[in-house]
Ligand binder design. Structure first.
Ligand SMILES: Nc1ncnc2c1ncn2[C@@H]1O[C@H](COP(=O)(O)OP(=O)(O)OP(=O)(O)O)[C@@H](O)[C@H]1O
Length: 312
């Protein structure tokens, strides 16, 4: 579905003294339809630069991007427009994508107008209502300004906005890192739910190996512009090969196993979390798909919602 072939990007900045950075050096990967690839690495290692090159927001110095079998690097703005619909990006700061002077309704209809998806206002309104329902926010927010909504609502709205064009691929650049841990878990569960419902393909960028470990099918570890190790999530987390991966895995120690075990003994069921089972460790909240415990399944059926452990 999405392929990056030997992508490289070099930056040169500074006025008096030039500063050179090889932000990305020869990075290649492929993501199959419906798959989630995670990219993990420390701050400044080049993760967002990859995302920008994939989206066509920056041209690679070398290499190419392929989407759905077509090479999309080097296309003109006009040619890129059709492909943009297929691939959307969700950023770390939702507020940066919302015009502070305009109501949410404006930001929601904008992509549909630019890409001429629906011509009639009524159809646009209908589509927005469907999407708000899907991401779990009230249409009452449409008449508010960005400063009048919460961070979690803003990120859900950004997800709905990205979906207005029926994309096949979502690039998620630290989409939950600015959110409170409990909201973070709900947004992550929502993203996983949407992937299953809409058959989406994700590239998920984060420095948080714990979240990636739960969310991704495969993970690539990045350091100083290069992929140092790639593999199935299980292998990367439990059997890391590269010293940098080991360091990164060690920094997340036992992935909150003790707290998880204790949480399993004492789950609570909040309203409307609709999805999977959530466990909250002292620092993080994350979900665990399915449950082998029949009592839990019964509770899910009854409440229509997931088990969430209370914070310790
Ligand atoms: N427009 C630019 N001009 C000059 N240098 C840049 C530019 N954009 C990024 N860089 C540099 O390229 C490197 C990679 O930046 P990038 O934003 O991709 O890192 P990152 O891994 O996403 O970091 P973070 O996790 O902190 O967001 C950094 O050293 C950064 O300072």
């Amino acid at each position: 579905m999405l392929k990056a072939e030997h992508l490289s990007k070099h930056y040169c900045s500074g006025v008096i003294r030039k500063h050179h950075v090889d932000a990305v050096s020869g990075v290649s990967f492929e993501i199959g339809k419906g798959e989630i690839l995670g990219i993990a690495g420390n701050s400044g290692c080049g993760k967002s630069t990859i995302a920008r090159m994939l989206m066509g927001l920056e041209d690679p110095d070398e290499g190419a991007v392929w989407l759905d079998g077509q090479k999309i690097s080097g296309l003109t703005m006009g040619q890129m427009r059709e492909h943009r619909k297929k691939m959307q990006m969700i950023f770390q700061h939702p507020e940066s994508s919302l015009d502070p002077q305009k109501k949410i309704l404006f930001s929601m209809t904008e992509p549909m107008k630019i890409h001429r998806v629906y011509r009639e206002q009524k159809k646009m309104q209908q589509r927005i209502e469907e999407l708000f329902d899907l991401v779990g926010v009230s249409t009452g927010l449409l008449s508010r300004y960005p400063h009048q909504i919460s961070g979690g609502e803003a990120q859900r709205i950004m997800i709905a906005r990205a979906l207005t064009l029926d994309p096949k691929v979502l690039i998620l650049d630290e989409p939950t890192s600015m959110l409170d841990v409990s909201i973070q878990a709900h947004v992550m569960c929502l993203l996983k739910d949407l992937r299953n419902k809409l058959d989406l393909t994700y590239l998920f960028i984060s420095h948080d190996l714990e979240v990636l470990g739960w969310f991704c099918d495969r993970i690539s570890i990045m350091s100083r512009g290069k992929f140092v190790e790639s593999g199935d999530t299980e292998q990367i987390i439990h059997n890391p090969g590269h010293p940098f991966t080991k360091e990164l895995v060690d920094s997340f120690s036992n992935f909150g196993q003790e707290e998880k075990d204790e949480c399993k003994q004492n789950p609570v069921f909040p309203d409307g979390c609709g999805g999977e089972k959530l466990y909250r460790s002292s620092q993080k909240v994350f979900c665990e798909p399915g449950s082998s415990d029949p009592a839990d399944s019964g509770d899910r059926e009854r409440t229509g919602c997931t088990a969430v452990c209370s914070e310790k």
